[in-house]
Every structure is written in structure tokens, then in C-alpha cells.
Design a binder for this molecule. Structure first.
Ligand code: GTP
Ligand code: MG
Length: 198
């Protein structure tokens, strides 16, 4: 698919899906590989109640994702500004932003999305997954810089530590540990979302 066609396709999906979702005004956006996995998990289990969105620079991952609304970010994240704003201009009571802050995509795109939410006056909950120590000190330092920076930008920030996750659940399998993490995030998102039932 060339880029123009992809963009049109995304716009079409966007309008179609938002009409069919119910009207809670809860949006959950997964950024990068980690965010996409966790929001994909949420969509497969609880997806009818919230609007699930996936945002990544990885074209293949975007193509393979079953999430209903997808935004392929190119080198310049600013180019996706209109797409992101058009999603949030539909009824939005709260945005949950889910991201692994050890990766390059997650770290840059999260700042941009938080900025847009602030400009639009939308409450945001940041759910940030910190990298494993074995991924290197640089990633850990970047992750903690993002956490610190975002703490004054978002309304609520939750940190999930992959180190802790691995020590507690990772002994048998890393996939199982990731599922535990996704499940716990889903429960939290769904519980908060219940506040928006009228
Ligand atoms: N809990 C959990 N953590 C994940 C998962 N996938 C990746 N991670 C963590 O998230 C961090 C960021 O990885 P990705 O999300 O793949 O990176 P990205 O944001 O796509 O950035 P790129 O480097 O551009 O690919 C990694 O360092 C891992 O620690 C997942 O499915 N669950
Ligand atoms: Mg990636």
C-alpha cells in the first residue's frame, strides 16, 4: 500500500469505527510496539466499550494489527497532527496513553500526543512501561527522564516496571509475564472507564 492510500484507508476506518463504538468517550491509544501489544490485548478482550487506537512508525506492525483505528507515523511526527486531532475531536472524556518508554518511537510520539491532548484540554492518563535493565542503562535513563517530564503534563501517570514484572511472573515465560501486565492495565482502564457510563 502506498502512503496516500494508507492515509485514506485510515481516515475511512476512523470515521466508520467511531460511529459504531458506543458513546463513552474513552479513548485508549497504544504507541509503538509495546503500546500496540497492550491495546491489542485490551481490544481483543474488552474492545467494544472503548475506542482503541494504534500509533506506530512500524508499517508492518500497523498492517498486522487488528486494532480498528491505526495511524502510521512517518519520520516527522508533526505530519500526523491532523489525524490525531481528528480522533480526539470526536467525543473524548479521557485519553489513556499506553507506551513502552524504552523504545525510540514510544519516547518521541508520547510527548507529541500528550501535547495535543493538553492543547485540546482533554484529561490524560499516561500508562508507561519501563524497560528491562538488560536493555541497557541508556534506555533506563531515557525512560526516567520521560516519566519526570510527563508528570507535570498529564493528569495521572502510572508506571509499570518490566523488571518487576519479570522478577514476579517471568520465570516460566516472558509472554505470560507480558499478558499479566496487559491484563492488569486492561482492568485498570476498564474500571476507570465505568465512571463514564451515564
Ligand atoms: N510489558 C510489555 N513490555 C513490552 C512489550 N513490548 C515491548 N515492551 C517493552 O517496551 C519497550 C519499548 O519497545 P517497543 O514498544 O517495541 O519500542 P517502540 O516504541 O516501538 O520503538 P522502536 O525502537 O522505534 O521500535 C521495550 O524496551 C520493552 O521493554 C509488551 O508487549 N509488553
Ligand atoms: Mg517499534
Amino acid at each position: 500500500m502506498n502512503n496516500l492510500f494508507k492515509k485514506l484507508f485510515i481516515r475511512f476506518r476512523l470515521q466508520k469505527e467511531i460511529v459504531h463504538h458506543n458513546d463513552l468517550g474513552v479513548k485508549v491509544i497504544g504507541i509503538g510496539g509495546c503500546g500496540g501489544n497492550i491495546v491489542g490485548y485490551l481490544y481483543s478482550k474488552y474492545g467494544d466499550n472503548v475506542d482503541c487506537i494504534y500509533c506506530d512508525r512500524d508499517a508492518e506492525a500497523i498492517d498486522n494489527s487488528l486494532l480498528p483505528v491505526k495511524i502510521l507515523i512517518n519520520e516527522n511526527v508533526e505530519d500526523s497532527s491532523d489525524d490525531i486531532r481528528s480522533i480526539f475531536s470526536q467525543k473524548t472524556n479521557v485519553v489513556f496513553i499506553v507506551v513502552g518508554i524504552g523504545g525510540r518511537t514510544g519516547a518521541t510520539v508520547v510527548r507529541f500526543i500528550v501535547k495535543i491532548c493538553r492543547e485540546l484540554g482533554i484529561p490524560t492518563v499516561l500508562i508507561a512501561v519501563t524497560p528491562f535493565s538488560f536493555e541497557g542503562a541508556r534506555k533506563e535513563i531515557n525512560a526516567f527522564e520521560i516519566i519526570k517530564e510527563m508528570s507535570s503534563e498529564v493528569d495521572f501517570e502510572m508506571i509499570y516496571s518490566n523488571n518487576y514484572l519479570f522478577s514476579k511472573y517471568g520465570k516460566s515465560s516472558i509472554t505470560g509475564a507480558f499478558d499479566m501486565c496487559s491484563e492488569s492495565i486492561c482492568k485498570m482502564v476498564m474500571n476507570i472507564s465505568k465512571l463514564y457510563y451515564e
